[in-house]
Design a protein around this ligand. Structure first.
Ligand SMILES: Nc1ncnc2c1ncn2[C@@H]1O[C@H](COP(=O)(O)OP(=O)(O)OP(=O)(O)O)[C@@H](O)[C@H]1O
Length: 225
């Protein structure tokens, strides 16, 4: 029902690291409600592609649009707004270990201009969404690796992103815990947020089938299901 609205468009995009072309002539689209995996060997360019989408790498050739922001003409001052419309999750949890779960989430809400009276409700909502409704006051070290990663996902959802971009989100987690993270992603996706997830974990692809984009020999190709 959401499938007609594009949240990500790449059109003949070239992905560079410095002067080195990593992926050439990349064209694909992700619509609201889509779930897509990004696969490919180590060094094939998955991370470089994702970094281009959240403007950590500049798009030098071709066109790109993410959450309505054109990447090829993006100004540095637009980057924070773009990143508010994208949820970003990496393999290594980057929580502040010297503050509670709640304070980790508040840090983002403060930085993105939320009113104080709205913060507690939003924090409760996102923690509920990732199945950690009672973790508010806990310190990160009191949580397991999988729970910490779920806090990271909750943090990425705070500003109701149009798309969640995840780079190896289950990379350090065992199969059972990876599965839990995946179920959280599925629930987020079912609620209408698009998901683009780079992974080496082919078990997940079999268990949770979705679109598959593969980085291979300097190109991105979509595998036909
Ligand atoms: N900061 C950088 N400067 C120059 N080249 C880089 C940089 N980061 C990555 N590269 C190169 O870009 C290519 C693609 O790397 P990238 O990290 O995007 O691949 P990947 O598919 O994400 O790999 P992995 O599965 O190991 O995460 C590699 O050849 C890598 O050596």
């Amino acid at each position: 029902m959401f499938s007609s609205e594009p949240v990500l468009i790449l059109n003949h995009a070239d992905i560079y690291q410095g002067t080195k072309l990593i992926l050439g002539d990349v064209s694909f689209q992700i619509n609201k409600g889509d779930f897509a995996y990004l696969i490919g060997r180590t060094g094939s360019g998955k991370t470089s592609l994702l970094k281009t989408l959240y403007a950590d790498l500049w798009l030098q050739n071709g066109q790109g649009q993410v959450a309505g922001y054109p990447l090829q003409t993006l100004k540095p001052r637009d980057i924070p707004q773009l990143r508010r419309k994208i949820g970003i999750v990496f393999q290594d949890f980057q929580l502040f270990f010297d503050r509670s779960v709640e304070d980790n989430l508040k840090f983002v809400l403060k930085a993105t201009g939320w009113k104080k009276q709205d913060m507690n409700n939003r924090i409760a909502d996102v923690l509920m969404q990732v199945g950690l409704g009672t973790a508010q006051k806990k310190m990160p070290h009191q949580l397991s690796g999988g729970e910490q990663q779920r806090v990271v996902v909750a943090r990425a959802m705070l500003n109701e992103p149009q798309i969640l971009i995840a780079d190896e989100p289950t990379g350090n987690l065992d199969p059972v815990v990876s599965d839990q993270i995946m179920q959280v992603f599925q629930a987020i996706n079912n609620a209408g947020t698009a998901v683009l997830m780079a992974t080496h974990n082919y078990d997940l692809l079999n268990k949770y089938p979705a679109r598959v984009l593969r980085c291979q020999e300097g190109q991105v190709i979509e595998l036909k299901g």
